[in-house]
Write a protein that binds this ligand. Structure first.
Ligand code: PLP
Length: 327
């Protein structure tokens, strides 16, 4: 299957780690795919999507990458780092005003000296696309080609990054002489889940692929992920259909909403760090991995024996949360 052209920026393949104590506790084999190790500056899942999306930008002779996200957006930071790595300009539209610019991802955005437009949260929610389009028009009026990436790089081209990750997992299964029955990831804007589902469909449905929303729930994300998978299939395999059961979600783990935490979520992160030396992030992997462990305890995944959770990164999001932890 020919995927679209891509850049090679991430450190791949990322390792797969067996979690010894957690596996023993739950009487299952629980593994992490360490996509938090894709690189320091553009660590996490975003770089896999950017390898495809930014290739498209370069094919269009873009000199500026424009994207958006929250103040602590991993995607915005990763886009800034990829732009700088390639000698491009970058303009971020961020939701909020910088109260503590010395924290987390925002500090890294500032270190890379990219252009930032801050928008008040409500204004951002309603008008961030308009703002990005206006910026693109401004750059183009001054003679610079600009390329617009949506929130989380979760468009069809970005989703191919996780189809490629799925193919990486297939090779690792051969090398490890093992087969995972279930692959699980966080769902924030849907592209990671869509790419994994796409890979699974193209390669014969060998796995269950489950997404765990960290804000909202599957009623919001199912149509988004479905249309991303559909759009990707349209490009590479128009004859492949999406079976009704291809999109699986586990709801109930969004907690207080996007980027907000309950004490139980933070305590879960603390406990995993203590028991396995693995650091999850508070916005995505902490909530979704806690969801996975809760569902295992409830018996929901009784027919899954070897479960692979994608650690999609987000470590820098921990630092602005320091005062919320009970340490
Ligand atoms: C660390 C991390 N994990 C998971 C996600 C969710 O991935 P997606 O946006 O592809 O659903 C994101 C971004 O949204 C993220 O930054």
């Amino acid at each position: 299957m020919n995927l679209p052209k891509r850049l090679h920026l991430a450190h791949l393949p990322t390792p797969i780690q067996h979690l010894e104590r957690l596996s023993k506790k739950h009487n299952k084999d629980i593994y992490l795919k360490r996509d938090d190790h894709t690189g320091i500056e553009f660590s996490g899942n975003k770089v896999r999507k950017l390898e495809f999306a930014v290739q498209e930008a370069l094919d269009q002779q873009a000199e500026v990458l424009i994207t958006c996200g929250g103040l602590q957006s991993n995607h915005a930071r990763a886009t800034a780092a990829v732009a700088r790595r390639l000698g491009l300009d970058c303009h971020l539209v961020l939701r909020g005003t910088p109260e503590l610019p010395d924290h987390g991802n925002l500090l890294l955005d500032l270190l890379m000296d990219v252009n930032i437009t801050y928008m008040e949260p409500e204004d951002f929610n309603e008008h961030h696309m308009e703002m990005m389009r206006a910026l693109k028009a401004e750059y183009e009026a001054s003679g610079k080609v600009a390329y617009l990436l949506p929130m989380g790089a979760s468009n069809a081209i970005g989703s191919f990054g996780y189809m490629a990750a799925y193919e990486e997992i297939l090779l690792q299964e051969i090398n490890m002489e093992t087969n995972f029955d279930t692959i699980v990831c966080a769902v924030g804007s849907g592209g990671t889940h869509a790419g994994l589902v796409l890979g699974n469909l193209i390669h014969g449905n060998k796995h269950r692929v489950i997404g765990i929303p960290i804000a909202d729930d599957s009623t919001v994300f199912k149509p988004i992920v479905h249309s991303l998978v559909e759009e990707c299939l349209h490009r590479i395999s128009p004859e492949t259909e999406i079976p009704g059961d291809a999109l699986e979600f586990l709801d109930g783990y969004a907690g207080r909403g996007y980027a907000l935490n309950t004490p139980e979520e933070l305590e879960f992160i603390h406990q995993l760090a203590t028991s396995e030396g693995v650091i999850l992030d508070p916005v995505y992997t902490g909530k979704s991995f806690r969801g996975l462990m809760t569902e295992i305890e409830k018996g929901t995944l009784s027919d899954s024996e070897k479960i692979l959770f994608i650690h999609t990164g987000g470590l820098y999001g921990l630092f602005p949360k320091a005062s919320e932890f009970d340490l």
